[in-house]
Design a protein around this ligand. Sequence first.
Ligand code: PLP
Length: 456
Amino acid sequence: MAEKKIPYKIYLEENEMPKDWYNLRADMKNKPAPLLNPETKKPMTAEDLAPVFCDELIQQELDETTAYIPIPEEIRDFYKMYRPSPLVRAYCLEKKLQTPAKIYYKFEGNNTSGSHKLNSAIAQAYYAKKQGLKGVTTETGAGQWGTALSMACSYFDLDCKVYMVKCSYEQKPFRREVMRTYGASVVPSPSETTEVGKKILAAHPGTTGSLGCAISEAVEVATKNPGYRYVLGSVLNQVMLHQSVIGLETKAALDKYDVKPDIIIGCAGGGSNLGGLIAPFMGEKLRGEADYRFIAVEPASCPSLTRGTYAYDFCDTGMICPLAKMYTLGSGFIPSANHAGGLRFHGMSPILSKLYDDGLMEAVSVEQTSVFDAAETFARIEGILPAPESSHAIRVAIDEALKCKETGEEKTIVFGLTGTGYFDLFAYEKFNNGEMSDYIPTDEEIAASIAQLPQV
Ligand SMILES: *Cc1c(COP(=O)(O)O)cnc(C)c1O
């Protein structure tokens, strides 16, 4: 049978777009460990979570059995403005690498926020609005999540308070202004506006902040202001659920052309884009219907899967959030300044942590100069200027394609291209000037931070 000619871009028709999110936990025999109440060390109940999160999102967070959860029509209508996202056959990159491998990437950078994070931001804003809330609070590191959330909140006319890690606030003024343009208020973290911020500033004067601090501040503001809840852009089960739209579209597009991937690759910060991309494929693997290799790619400077410990830990520096069982470097771990801001969280999604611990997924870590090298190769031949985070996946996709060149295997590789890098040109400048370095934490540094894990 003649192979169908695969177009450069595979788009789905509007009526082929997913109508439900897929909840991978329903097909996991070994469920991820529950969130624990930091005081009682008992599993968090819906009542425990109610002061922090929106009610319907709590239901999604705790639901381990419903495989398909309908996407409300209002959210599907918003998705239609920038989805389906294209699945691109990287013909030009294949030719350049002279590889027999077939490479595809799912491009999520096609919206103003510049990343996949809008997929969950719009869902979380929708449920906040539906609950009659005034607004939401959140943290942002590199700024992608804050940007996506400010877009989603302006669409639903919600107030949006963003705590932005101070060094990004100063280094990325343009992201900050995009958020303000969409109506969000942006506060550099740690700040004097919260008790926890004041405490952190007193203990570490002059600190430029971390994601963990910003989370603590945003949670405090949500719980102290009536009509506000806290929302988070990664790690949580609900975010993985919303991001399944990436994988469902990818699978539908591949199925249209009878393409079966061998390897699926994604960068992993908190794990949401990777979890979303692999979800329907991992579901098939768990049900014994198909087999795939899944590869999580993380920075060598913040290697939670490859060098962390699988244990209960805090998600924030202030230690007020629930405990999550995950691969972690310890909530006190402050990664060295690297340029993939979106991959600097100390822990990993409990769902992905469980799958990794069960041997269902692989993980590799890569150094940032080799990541930017891959980013440049990609930009020059495929045209898109990739985000540094996304370029971690590009690095490993290229490496796997080059292995195929050696062995002559015609493997099909799919990777997630999570966003664009227009706000990361400071990092590109460093790379172009040959001033970028690789920092890898020592075993002692990681051990010192792991020693501080809470006793559970
Ligand atoms: C936030 C971000 C990531 C990492 O977050 P995950 O939750 O691991 O997906 C990756 N790429 C981009 C472009 C991001 O903005």
